[in-house]
Design a protein around this ligand. Structure first.
Ligand code: MLT
Length: 247
């Protein structure tokens, strides 16, 4: 049975987040990098879109475009939340999990309040303001200093997202449950990737997931922040390719 590597972007991006990874990863697997519900061309008008909603939409997409295949789900941050929701609901189709710069635990009360503030800002101030404010949080200081083209590309990617979809997913992230037990029950090969300078998902978060998954390796990419796939393209690609070869 063929394996499809499904790349799931973070918040607030779209499938184009994976552009720097596609040429290399396509040599190692069939690759799909869809726009998750509410992002890129996948627009809607809901007030809230939970991670289960995003996973159901992804399931429909994969059923229509890549039926009867086994998937390795590779999710970055919010994409990781979606991958875990998907693995909980359709475990038989998930052959492998790559969880990047993400966490299995739910939001704190403080984080939940922040989600509503982000939703409100997206709707009232627009995405350019959000994109500018997010850059120092999602890219490490060395990436900002040494890779100006990455800064520009990521900011433009965030700025072009639809505020309605962004607000709905922000509210949806606040509602996600603890999915640590989904990881404990995942009896297939897994990989956890993070950036050593990720301030949004500090290293213990990734160590916790790698310890919980029965068969997982942990890769920490030097110099990378929260968007490790674009900040450390070579290291990220090599880790994914090694995982695919060994599975
Ligand atoms: C992301 O990059 O997807 C976000 O940081 C996820 C989150 O806000 O929890």
């Amino acid at each position: 049975m063929r394996i499809t590597l499904v790349l799931l972007h973070g918040f607030p991006h779209d499938g184009a987040l994976w552009e720097p990874n596609l040429p290399f990863l396509s040599e190692h697997a069939d690759v799909s990098a869809p726009d998750l519900l509410g992002f890129g061309g996948n627009k809607h008008t809901r007030r809230i879109a939970t991670m289960d909603d995003l996973a159901s939409d992804l399931h429909e997409h994969l059923r229509a475009r890549r039926p009867g295949q086994r998937y390795v789900l590779c999710g970055l941050s919010m994409g990781g939340y979606v991958a875990m929701a998907y693995a909980e609901r359709w475990p038989e189709t998930v052959y492998g999990l790559i969880l990047c710069n993400t966490r299995s635990t739910p939001d704190t009360e403080e984080a939940k309040a922040g989600r509503e503030a982000t939703a409100h800002e997206a709707l009232t101030k627009g995405m350019e303001v959000i994109a500018r404010a997010m850059i120092p949080k999602v890219l490490s200081s060395s990436t900002r200093r040494e890779q100006p083209e990455v800064v520009q590309r990521v900011e433009a990617l965030m700025a072009r997202q639809d505020p309605t979809g962004v607000a709905a997913a922000s509210r949806g992230m606040a509602l996600r449950p603890d999915r640590t037990e989904v990881l404990r029950a995942f009896d297939r090969p897994a990989l956890v990737i993070t950036g050593e300078a990720d301030e949004l998902m500090p290293l213990p978060t990734s160590q916790h997931m790698a310890r919980t998954l029965p068969h997982a390796d942990l890769v920490v990419l030097p110099g990378a922040g929260h968007l490790s796939n674009v900040e450390a393209v070579g290291g990220f690609n090599a880790a994914v390719a090694r995982y695919l070869q060994d599975m």
